[in-house]
Design a protein around this ligand. Structure first.
Ligand code: 5GP
Length: 208
């Protein structure tokens, strides 16, 4: 049987550069599959359906929740966002390491259902840098940016519930560190419980 892949949740302050980090991680290493989320928010310029997100209406989203098709979902700034369950399950079962780039409410739902999932939180080096990056995107109004800064204050409170913090100052370094953290999880004692049980049995059998 193929060893199950690792499920990693990547969250972070909006404007921390999660999207760029995840894209680079996936293009540099070939063991990762990125889950494409569903959302009810409108596409931003340049975003394509089925690439950035699956863009759907609220009614369809709510139907998907009712039908148990979502691994997790949350409302963020007035829109639904969620992870389709089937793709994640398929990829993990085939041994691929799956990345979810989602916010914290969804992250905690995933952790509750799949305690072996890794929770990583991405941060820029300072609050000033965060604001600079948000403004630099030129995709949002000043009011939306203020909304994201307020949200960042809430997020700073819940960082403690994550397992790893990634400082995204130099992108290449951050990509390499993210990869190392995820791959190291393969050697954790909890992921290898079956192997440890097996070797205990073998030791007992061979002791005399
Ligand atoms: P944006 O609108 O900027 O693309 O995303 C807004 C927030 O929603 C980001 O923090 C992003 O990580 C989060 N998000 C994207 N997809 C999902 C998802 O499937 N589930 C949850 N819970 N959050 C998501």
């Amino acid at each position: 049987m193929k060893e199950r892949g690792i499920l990693t949740v990547i969250s972070g302050f909006s404007g921390a550069g999660k999207g760029t980090l995840v894209k680079k991680l996936i293009s540099e290493y070939d063991n990762y599959s990125l889950s494409i989320s569903m959302t009810t928010r409108a596409p931003r310029p340049g975003e394509e359906n089925g690439v950035s997100y699956f863009f759907i209406d609220r009614e369809s989203f709510e139907r998907n929740i009712e039908n148990g098709l979502m691994l997790e979902h949350a409302e963020y700034q007035g829109n639904y966002y969620g992870t389709p369950k089937e793709y994640v399950e398929q990829q993990l079962a085939s041994g691929r390491d799956v990345i979810l780039e989602i916010e914290y409410l969804g992250a905690f739902q995933v952790k509750k259902m799949m305690p072996e999932a890794l929770l990583l939180f991405v941060t820029p080096p300072s609050a000033e840098e965060l604001l600079r990056r948000l403004r630099g995107r030129n995709t949002e109004t000043e009011e939306q940016i203020r909304g994201r800064m307020r949200r960042a204050i809430e997020e700073a409170v819940i960082v403690d519930r994550y397992e790893y913090i990634l400082l995204n100052d130099d992108l290449d370094t951050c990509v390499r560190e993210t990869h190392e953290i995820i791959q190291n999880a393969k050697y954790s004692v909890s992921r290898n419980a079956a192997f440890i049980d097996q070797i205990r049995k073998e030791l007992h059998e061979l002791k005399d």
